[in-house]
Design a protein around this ligand. Structure first.
Ligand code: B4P
Length: 188
């Protein structure tokens, strides 16, 4: 199973990626998590990513693409993977296609988690209270949502054109959303 999860910030990508990875026994690869781990570890990549993330901007494509290329070269992805939060721009989508071509593989599906702006804003503000993430304040959330509409919506259109896009309603109980995802993927 080679899957991509897309959706606006707060749609539940990280939440559902962990569950689907367990269900399909593939590694979940979250570009956001990798960046956050590097920020925490004060690495060069972390220093590069931090200024963009704290402003709600995307980390430049060349940095993100190189990081994903490296991650997808490891042995644990041979049997499949779930990419959470990548690709997020048309350039990243084209790069990913190249990486998979090089390995003689291709994506099985791209799942879009659909949730409206009010719902995702409410979730992220709630997470801010619990986790205190620097990019979960109202101004930065607004910026992240506009970046999503501008840069990532074309990515879903691109995959829709390839017949790979599966849209799933991401509003509701976490378990219910997981069952919707599994149902949609098995019907694919
Ligand atoms: P991400 O880490 O991907 O952050 P996100 O879009 O907010 O999604 P996340 O996975 O954290 O939240 P989720 O929806 O699961 O990216 C952060 C930053 O990293 C980006 O802004 C960018 O700067 C950089 N970045 C990452 N990937 C990049 C790329 N490819 N290119 C360039 N830059 C990149 O969950 C949100 C909250 O909702 C949680 O608190 C969760 O508990 C809750 N929730 C989940 N499901 C729910 C449900 N069904 N009901 C109620 N609450 C729910």
């Amino acid at each position: 199973m080679r899957l991509v999860l897309v959706g606006p910030p707060g749609a539940g990508k990280g939440t559902q990626a962990a569950r689907l990875a367990q269900r399909y026994d593939v590694p979940a690869i979250s570009t956001g998590d990798i960046f956050r781990a590097n920020v925490k570890g004060k690495t060069k990549l972390g220093r590069q990513a931090q200024e963009y993330m704290s402003q709600g901007a995307l980390v430049p494509d060349e940095v993100t693409n190189a990081m994903v290329r490296d991650r997808l070269s490891r042995d644990d992805v041979f049997g499949g993977f779930l990419l959470d939060g990548y690709p997020r721009t048309p350039d990243q989508a084209v790069e990913l296609e190249g990486m998979l071509d090089d390995n003689g593989t291709a994506l099985d599906a791209v799942v879009e988690l659909v949730a409206d702006v009010d719902e995702v804003t409410r979730r992220l503000l709630k997470r801010a209270e619990i986790e205190g993430r620097v990019d979960d304040n109202e101004d930065v959330i607004r910026k992240r949502l506009s970046v999503y509409a501008e840069s990532t919506a074309p990515v879903t259109a691109y995959y829709d054109g390839q017949g790979l896009l599966v849209r799933v309603d991401a509003v509701g109980d976490v378990d219910v959303v997981t069952e919707r995802l599994v149902g949609a993927l098995s019907a694919q």
